[in-house]
Ligand binder design. Sequence first.
Ligand code: AVJ
Length: 319
Amino acid sequence: MLDKTDTEAQQREAFLRDVLAGLSKSQQKTLPARWLYDERGSELFEEITQAPEYYPTRTETGILQDNAGAIAALFGPEAVILEYGAGAGIKTEIVLEALDRPSLYVPIDISGDFLAASAERIRERFAELVVEPVTADFTQEFDLPGDLPEAGRRGGFFPGSTIGNLDRAEALIFLKRMRRHVGEGGVAVVGCDLKKDVAILTAAYDDAGGVTAAFDLNILTRINRELGADIAVESFAHEARWNAATSAVEMHLVAQEPVTFSIDGRAFSMTAGETIHTENSRKYDVKGLTALVEEAGWSLDEVWTDEDKLFAVMGLKAR
Ligand code: AVJ
Protein backbone atom coordinates (compact mmCIF):
# COMPACT_ATOMS: atom_id res chain seq x y z
CA MET A 1 0.00 0.00 0.00
CA LEU A 2 1.13 3.50 -0.77
CA ASP A 3 0.65 6.05 1.94
CA LYS A 4 -0.52 9.53 1.11
CA THR A 5 2.95 11.07 1.15
CA ASP A 6 4.21 8.54 -1.40
CA THR A 7 1.27 9.22 -3.61
CA GLU A 8 1.84 12.97 -3.36
CA ALA A 9 5.54 12.59 -4.15
CA GLN A 10 4.63 10.46 -7.18
CA GLN A 11 2.08 13.05 -8.26
CA ARG A 12 4.73 15.76 -8.10
CA GLU A 13 7.17 13.62 -10.08
CA ALA A 14 4.56 12.96 -12.76
CA PHE A 15 3.64 16.67 -12.86
CA LEU A 16 7.30 17.72 -13.14
CA ARG A 17 7.91 15.17 -15.90
CA ASP A 18 4.90 16.36 -17.92
CA VAL A 19 5.75 20.04 -17.44
CA LEU A 20 9.42 19.64 -18.42
CA ALA A 21 8.51 17.54 -21.46
CA GLY A 22 5.71 19.84 -22.61
CA LEU A 23 7.61 23.11 -22.17
CA SER A 24 10.81 21.72 -23.75
CA LYS A 25 9.10 21.28 -27.11
CA SER A 26 10.63 23.64 -29.63
CA GLN A 27 7.53 23.86 -31.82
CA GLN A 28 4.23 24.08 -29.97
CA LYS A 29 4.66 23.96 -26.19
CA THR A 30 1.97 21.97 -24.41
CA LEU A 31 0.74 21.06 -20.95
CA PRO A 32 -1.63 18.11 -20.37
CA ALA A 33 -5.10 19.40 -19.50
CA ARG A 34 -5.46 17.11 -16.49
CA TRP A 35 -3.07 19.33 -14.50
CA LEU A 36 -5.56 22.21 -14.75
CA TYR A 37 -7.58 20.58 -11.97
CA ASP A 38 -5.86 21.26 -8.66
CA GLU A 39 -8.12 22.46 -5.85
CA ARG A 40 -8.26 26.01 -7.21
CA GLY A 41 -8.66 24.75 -10.78
CA SER A 42 -11.59 22.54 -9.80
CA GLU A 43 -13.21 25.50 -8.02
CA LEU A 44 -12.73 27.68 -11.09
CA PHE A 45 -14.17 24.97 -13.34
CA GLU A 46 -17.28 24.91 -11.13
CA GLU A 47 -17.48 28.68 -11.63
CA ILE A 48 -17.10 28.26 -15.40
CA THR A 49 -20.18 26.04 -15.45
CA GLN A 50 -22.14 29.04 -14.09
CA ALA A 51 -20.83 31.51 -16.69
CA PRO A 52 -23.54 32.71 -19.12
CA GLU A 53 -21.35 31.85 -22.15
CA TYR A 54 -20.61 28.29 -20.99
CA TYR A 55 -23.73 26.48 -22.25
CA PRO A 56 -22.62 22.79 -22.00
CA THR A 57 -23.34 22.06 -18.33
CA ARG A 58 -26.79 23.62 -18.11
CA THR A 59 -27.76 22.28 -21.55
CA GLU A 60 -26.74 18.72 -20.73
CA THR A 61 -28.47 18.92 -17.34
CA GLY A 62 -31.67 20.03 -19.09
CA ILE A 63 -31.43 17.17 -21.63
CA LEU A 64 -30.97 14.61 -18.84
CA GLN A 65 -33.93 16.07 -16.96
CA ASP A 66 -36.19 16.13 -20.02
CA ASN A 67 -35.31 12.55 -21.00
CA ALA A 68 -34.80 10.91 -17.61
CA GLY A 69 -37.58 8.39 -18.29
CA ALA A 70 -36.12 7.25 -21.61
CA ILE A 71 -32.63 7.08 -20.09
CA ALA A 72 -33.94 4.96 -17.21
CA ALA A 73 -35.62 2.66 -19.75
CA LEU A 74 -32.32 2.22 -21.60
CA PHE A 75 -30.55 1.20 -18.37
CA GLY A 76 -33.51 -0.99 -17.39
CA PRO A 77 -34.42 -2.39 -13.95
CA GLU A 78 -31.75 -3.37 -11.40
CA ALA A 79 -28.94 -1.89 -13.49
CA VAL A 80 -25.30 -1.65 -12.44
CA ILE A 81 -24.24 1.92 -13.22
CA LEU A 82 -20.57 2.60 -13.95
CA GLU A 83 -19.79 6.30 -13.92
CA TYR A 84 -16.49 7.32 -15.52
CA GLY A 85 -15.46 10.28 -13.35
CA ALA A 86 -16.53 10.76 -9.73
CA GLY A 87 -20.17 11.69 -9.49
CA ALA A 88 -21.04 14.62 -11.74
CA GLY A 89 -23.23 16.06 -8.98
CA ILE A 90 -26.66 17.03 -10.19
CA LYS A 91 -26.38 15.03 -13.45
CA THR A 92 -25.70 11.80 -11.58
CA GLU A 93 -28.57 12.52 -9.22
CA ILE A 94 -31.01 13.06 -12.10
CA VAL A 95 -30.12 9.66 -13.60
CA LEU A 96 -30.00 7.71 -10.31
CA GLU A 97 -33.30 9.26 -9.24
CA ALA A 98 -35.01 8.07 -12.44
CA LEU A 99 -33.69 4.47 -12.37
CA ASP A 100 -35.83 1.46 -11.52
CA ARG A 101 -34.25 -0.18 -8.41
CA PRO A 102 -30.59 0.12 -9.49
CA SER A 103 -28.52 -2.69 -7.95
CA LEU A 104 -25.20 -0.86 -7.76
CA TYR A 105 -23.55 2.47 -8.49
CA VAL A 106 -19.80 2.40 -9.26
CA PRO A 107 -18.17 5.84 -9.56
CA ILE A 108 -14.65 5.63 -11.04
CA ASP A 109 -12.12 8.41 -10.47
CA ILE A 110 -8.39 8.94 -10.21
CA SER A 111 -8.71 11.17 -7.13
CA GLY A 112 -9.43 8.94 -4.14
CA ASP A 113 -10.35 11.82 -1.82
CA PHE A 114 -12.73 13.40 -4.27
CA LEU A 115 -14.23 9.99 -5.02
CA ALA A 116 -14.82 9.19 -1.35
CA ALA A 117 -16.52 12.54 -0.77
CA SER A 118 -18.83 12.21 -3.74
CA ALA A 119 -19.64 8.54 -2.94
CA GLU A 120 -20.61 9.66 0.57
CA ARG A 121 -22.87 12.36 -0.84
CA ILE A 122 -24.63 9.83 -3.09
CA ARG A 123 -25.07 7.38 -0.19
CA GLU A 124 -26.70 10.12 1.87
CA ARG A 125 -28.98 11.14 -0.96
CA PHE A 126 -29.95 7.56 -1.97
CA ALA A 127 -30.14 5.53 1.24
CA GLU A 128 -31.11 2.29 -0.55
CA LEU A 129 -28.40 2.40 -3.18
CA VAL A 130 -25.22 0.31 -2.86
CA VAL A 131 -22.22 2.45 -3.85
CA GLU A 132 -18.85 0.87 -4.62
CA PRO A 133 -16.27 3.49 -5.69
CA VAL A 134 -13.25 2.42 -7.76
CA THR A 135 -10.06 4.48 -7.70
CA ALA A 136 -8.66 4.32 -11.24
CA ASP A 137 -7.55 6.56 -14.08
CA PHE A 138 -10.27 5.82 -16.61
CA THR A 139 -8.02 6.98 -19.46
CA GLN A 140 -5.87 3.91 -18.69
CA GLU A 141 -6.64 0.19 -18.74
CA PHE A 142 -8.29 -1.08 -15.55
CA ASP A 143 -10.60 -3.87 -14.42
CA LEU A 144 -13.83 -3.61 -12.49
CA PRO A 145 -14.44 -5.42 -9.18
CA GLY A 146 -15.09 -9.10 -9.94
CA ASP A 147 -18.24 -9.40 -7.81
CA LEU A 148 -20.68 -7.12 -9.61
CA PRO A 149 -24.37 -8.11 -9.29
CA GLU A 150 -25.76 -9.86 -12.38
CA ALA A 151 -29.44 -8.94 -11.99
CA GLY A 152 -29.83 -6.11 -14.49
CA ARG A 153 -27.83 -4.56 -17.31
CA ARG A 154 -24.53 -2.86 -16.88
CA GLY A 155 -24.62 0.74 -18.04
CA GLY A 156 -21.79 3.22 -18.48
CA PHE A 157 -22.42 6.89 -17.73
CA PHE A 158 -19.94 9.45 -19.10
CA PRO A 159 -21.42 12.96 -19.01
CA GLY A 160 -19.80 16.39 -19.35
CA SER A 161 -18.37 16.01 -22.86
CA THR A 162 -15.17 14.79 -21.24
CA ILE A 163 -14.94 12.56 -24.31
CA GLY A 164 -14.10 15.79 -26.18
CA ASN A 165 -10.83 16.14 -24.27
CA LEU A 166 -9.60 12.93 -25.91
CA ASP A 167 -8.35 12.81 -29.48
CA ARG A 168 -10.17 10.44 -31.82
CA ALA A 169 -7.84 7.50 -31.19
CA GLU A 170 -8.07 7.96 -27.41
CA ALA A 171 -11.86 8.30 -27.59
CA LEU A 172 -12.00 4.98 -29.47
CA ILE A 173 -9.85 3.27 -26.85
CA PHE A 174 -12.05 4.69 -24.10
CA LEU A 175 -15.30 3.60 -25.79
CA LYS A 176 -13.92 0.10 -26.43
CA ARG A 177 -12.88 -0.23 -22.79
CA MET A 178 -16.33 0.87 -21.60
CA ARG A 179 -17.85 -1.64 -24.06
CA ARG A 180 -15.71 -4.38 -22.48
CA HIS A 181 -16.75 -3.27 -18.98
CA VAL A 182 -20.50 -3.43 -19.70
CA GLY A 183 -20.30 -6.73 -21.61
CA GLU A 184 -22.99 -8.34 -23.78
CA GLY A 185 -26.33 -6.58 -23.50
CA GLY A 186 -24.69 -3.55 -21.89
CA VAL A 187 -25.62 0.07 -22.53
CA ALA A 188 -24.16 3.54 -22.02
CA VAL A 189 -25.17 7.18 -21.81
CA VAL A 190 -22.49 9.58 -23.06
CA GLY A 191 -22.69 13.37 -23.25
CA CYS A 192 -20.94 15.18 -26.09
CA ASP A 193 -20.81 18.81 -27.13
CA LEU A 194 -21.79 19.48 -30.76
CA LYS A 195 -20.19 21.54 -33.52
CA LYS A 196 -21.76 24.95 -33.90
CA ASP A 197 -21.10 28.59 -34.75
CA VAL A 198 -17.44 29.30 -33.96
CA ALA A 199 -18.25 32.55 -32.11
CA ILE A 200 -20.48 30.66 -29.67
CA LEU A 201 -17.78 28.03 -29.16
CA THR A 202 -14.91 30.41 -28.54
CA ALA A 203 -17.02 32.62 -26.23
CA ALA A 204 -17.80 29.52 -24.12
CA TYR A 205 -14.05 29.09 -23.59
CA ASP A 206 -13.28 32.78 -23.06
CA ASP A 207 -16.10 34.20 -20.95
CA ALA A 208 -16.33 37.96 -20.49
CA GLY A 209 -16.07 37.55 -16.72
CA GLY A 210 -12.58 36.11 -17.13
CA VAL A 211 -13.24 32.89 -15.23
CA THR A 212 -11.91 30.63 -18.00
CA ALA A 213 -8.84 32.86 -18.30
CA ALA A 214 -8.22 32.49 -14.56
CA PHE A 215 -8.74 28.70 -14.88
CA ASP A 216 -6.19 28.45 -17.69
CA LEU A 217 -3.62 30.78 -16.05
CA ASN A 218 -3.94 28.88 -12.77
CA ILE A 219 -1.83 26.06 -14.22
CA LEU A 220 1.16 28.47 -14.26
CA THR A 221 0.51 29.41 -10.63
CA ARG A 222 0.39 25.70 -9.83
CA ILE A 223 3.74 25.10 -11.58
CA ASN A 224 5.28 27.95 -9.56
CA ARG A 225 3.89 26.67 -6.27
CA GLU A 226 4.36 22.92 -6.64
CA LEU A 227 7.53 22.84 -8.74
CA GLY A 228 9.27 25.92 -7.29
CA ALA A 229 9.25 27.73 -10.65
CA ASP A 230 9.37 31.48 -11.26
CA ILE A 231 7.03 32.01 -14.22
CA ALA A 232 5.71 35.61 -14.47
CA VAL A 233 2.04 34.67 -14.73
CA GLU A 234 1.09 38.25 -15.62
CA SER A 235 3.19 37.98 -18.79
CA PHE A 236 0.66 35.49 -20.19
CA ALA A 237 -2.86 35.89 -21.53
CA HIS A 238 -5.53 33.26 -22.13
CA GLU A 239 -6.82 32.62 -25.64
CA ALA A 240 -9.53 30.28 -26.95
CA ARG A 241 -8.93 29.19 -30.58
CA TRP A 242 -11.02 27.15 -32.96
CA ASN A 243 -8.96 24.54 -34.80
CA ALA A 244 -11.06 23.54 -37.82
CA ALA A 245 -8.75 20.67 -38.78
CA THR A 246 -9.23 18.86 -35.46
CA SER A 247 -12.70 20.32 -34.79
CA ALA A 248 -11.55 21.45 -31.37
CA VAL A 249 -11.60 24.54 -29.22
CA GLU A 250 -8.03 24.93 -27.98
CA MET A 251 -6.99 26.83 -24.90
CA HIS A 252 -3.64 28.60 -25.18
CA LEU A 253 -1.54 30.70 -22.83
CA VAL A 254 0.03 33.40 -25.00
CA ALA A 255 3.29 35.08 -23.94
CA GLN A 256 2.64 38.83 -24.12
CA GLU A 257 6.36 39.66 -24.31
CA PRO A 258 9.59 37.66 -24.41
CA VAL A 259 9.71 35.60 -21.20
CA THR A 260 12.31 33.50 -19.44
CA PHE A 261 11.78 31.32 -16.41
CA SER A 262 13.28 28.34 -14.66
CA ILE A 263 11.68 25.12 -13.44
CA ASP A 264 13.63 22.63 -11.35
CA GLY A 265 16.91 24.30 -12.34
CA ARG A 266 16.11 24.24 -16.06
CA ALA A 267 15.89 27.44 -18.06
CA PHE A 268 13.11 28.14 -20.54
CA SER A 269 12.44 31.03 -22.85
CA MET A 270 9.52 32.01 -25.01
CA THR A 271 9.17 34.69 -27.65
CA ALA A 272 6.38 37.28 -27.62
CA GLY A 273 3.27 35.66 -29.10
CA GLU A 274 4.51 32.11 -28.52
CA THR A 275 1.91 29.92 -26.80
CA ILE A 276 1.47 26.98 -24.46
CA HIS A 277 -1.41 24.76 -25.61
CA THR A 278 -3.25 23.64 -22.47
CA GLU A 279 -6.47 21.94 -23.58
CA ASN A 280 -8.46 20.51 -26.49
CA SER A 281 -12.21 20.37 -26.40
CA ARG A 282 -13.34 18.47 -29.49
CA LYS A 283 -16.76 19.03 -30.97
CA TYR A 284 -18.60 16.40 -32.99
CA ASP A 285 -21.65 16.14 -35.21
CA VAL A 286 -24.08 13.23 -35.03
CA LYS A 287 -22.61 11.66 -38.16
CA GLY A 288 -19.11 11.71 -36.69
CA LEU A 289 -20.37 10.37 -33.37
CA THR A 290 -22.21 7.52 -35.09
CA ALA A 291 -19.03 6.45 -36.90
CA LEU A 292 -16.97 6.78 -33.71
CA VAL A 293 -19.23 4.70 -31.47
CA GLU A 294 -19.82 2.04 -34.15
CA GLU A 295 -16.10 1.60 -34.63
CA ALA A 296 -15.86 0.99 -30.87
CA GLY A 297 -18.46 -1.79 -30.78
CA TRP A 298 -21.58 0.20 -29.95
CA SER A 299 -24.69 1.16 -31.84
CA LEU A 300 -26.10 4.64 -31.40
CA ASP A 301 -29.58 3.78 -30.19
CA GLU A 302 -30.82 7.28 -29.39
CA VAL A 303 -29.60 10.86 -29.48
CA TRP A 304 -31.22 13.21 -27.01
CA THR A 305 -30.56 16.86 -27.68
CA ASP A 306 -31.79 20.36 -26.81
CA GLU A 307 -33.93 22.64 -28.96
CA ASP A 308 -30.92 24.50 -30.33
CA LYS A 309 -28.90 21.31 -30.96
CA LEU A 310 -26.06 22.61 -28.81
CA PHE A 311 -25.32 19.35 -27.01
CA ALA A 312 -26.02 15.63 -27.49
CA VAL A 313 -26.61 12.88 -24.97
CA MET A 314 -26.16 9.51 -26.69
CA GLY A 315 -27.90 6.30 -25.73
CA LEU A 316 -25.59 3.44 -26.75
CA LYS A 317 -26.15 -0.31 -26.93
CA ALA A 318 -23.39 -2.89 -27.07
CA ARG A 319 -23.30 -4.56 -30.50
C1 AVJ B 1 -14.89 19.47 -18.31
C2 AVJ B 1 -13.27 19.04 -19.91
C3 AVJ B 1 -15.53 18.97 -20.54
O1 AVJ B 1 -13.80 20.95 -22.27
O2 AVJ B 1 -15.66 21.99 -21.91
C4 AVJ B 1 -14.26 24.22 -19.69
C5 AVJ B 1 -13.32 21.83 -19.49
N1 AVJ B 1 -12.21 23.95 -20.14
N2 AVJ B 1 -13.75 25.41 -20.02
C6 AVJ B 1 -14.67 21.38 -21.51
C7 AVJ B 1 -13.28 23.30 -19.77
C8 AVJ B 1 -12.50 25.24 -20.29
C9 AVJ B 1 -14.53 21.13 -20.02
N3 AVJ B 1 -14.54 19.67 -19.71
